[in-house]
Design a protein around this ligand. Structure first.
Ligand code: CP
Ligand code: NVA
Length: 296
């Protein structure tokens, strides 16, 4: 059950996820304001961000609170001072922390030492806020979650890991097509229930309700970019591949996208693409998460 923090999708049960979706829908419809009046959120980011940073900042302001952005250059998480000290100091000033880190253990350490809620705003292992808002988007577009098929094409990265866990909890059939060496691994795999693996994107996409992809090279992996481009060259999502999914299938990508790499040029302009609704829903879902963890 949802506790003090949101570090991993594995922290949640299906009731928690449906509760967050329902709350996000109400907030999106203009529902109760000022639920976080006077509350301050710290945003500690070791990596760049557009959507996560702006949506959390705007969410706090629209809920009557405020946010402070702290870059790695300023805070030096684990470099200028230990993570445990940063957590204990911030707990004396603010009401919640969103952290975007390289090591997943960094968000876990923050959560361990902070007396306030800590939210994972993306680590090398997971991107829970992204995937919760993606479930909101799928629910809005399809009217249900259970029984759908979601196909993920590409790297088994942080987003894929959170999708794998979330689909498992919500009864969505998850298929993933990744090249050899880039498949889901380790503890995430052990937690997966209804997951089907293949190396063939065409097989994976057949009859899917949702086709999802993400970058081939995530933040922090830049040195491997050329090697990854070669490994993923036949994993681009294009019109032909999308045509193999269900007629009413939707296409999703967390953004930022590399047009001409993991997606063909122009793909985001197709009627199947819901990526900008997906980006908007980050705002509504962040509000639901913040109210759940920091509200009265
Ligand atoms: N999708 C996402 O998290 O985007 P940012 O990296 O811009 O926050
Ligand atoms: N997998 C990507 C997601 C960015 C939102 C990354 O970690 O860079």
């Amino acid at each position: 059950m949802i506790g003090k923090n949101l570090l991993s999708i594995a922290d949640l049960e299906s009731g928690d996820i449906q509760g967050l979706i329902d709350s996000a829908i109400k907030l999106k419809q203009g529902g109760p304001k000022n639920l976080l009046e006077g509350k301050i959120l710290a945003l500690i980011f070791e990596k760049p961000s557009l959507r996560t940073r702006v949506s959390f900042d705007v969410a706090m302001k629209q809920l009557g609170g405020d946010a402070i952005y702290l870059s790695q250059a300023e805070v030096g998480l684990g470099q200028r001072e230990p993570i445990s000290d940063v957590a204990r100091v911030l707990s004396r000033y603010v009401d919640g922390i969103v952290a975007r880190t390289f090591a997943h253990s960094s968000v876990e350490l923050l959560a361990k030492y902070a007396s306030i809620p800590v939210i994972n705003g993306l680590s090398d292992e997971e991107h829970p806020c992204q995937v919760l808002s993606d479930l909101l988007t799928i629910y809005e577009k399809k009217g249900r979650l259970e029984g759908l098929t979601l196909t993920y094409i590409g790297d088994a990265n942080n987003v894929a890991n959170s999708l794998l866990l979330a689909t498992s909890i919500m009864g969505i059939d998850f298929r993933i097509a990744s090249p050899k060496g880039y498949e889901p691994k380790g503890k995430i795999l052990a937690q997966a229930r209804k997951t089907h693996f293949t190396q063939d994107p065409k097989i994976a996409v057949e009859n899917a309700d949702v086709v999802y992809t993400d970058v081939w090279t995530s933040m922090g992996q830049e040195a491997e970019a050329e090697k990854r481009k070669a490994a993923f060259s036949s994993y681009q999502v294009d019109r032909e591949l999308l045509a193999l999914a269900k007629k009413d299938a939707i296409f999703m990508h967390p953004l930022p996208a590399h047009h001409g790499e993991e997606i063909a040029e122009g793909l985001l302009d197709l009627p199947q693409s819901v990526v900008f609704d997906q980006a908007e829903n980050r705002l509504h879902m962040q509000k639901a998460i913040l109210v759940k963890l920091m509200g009265a």
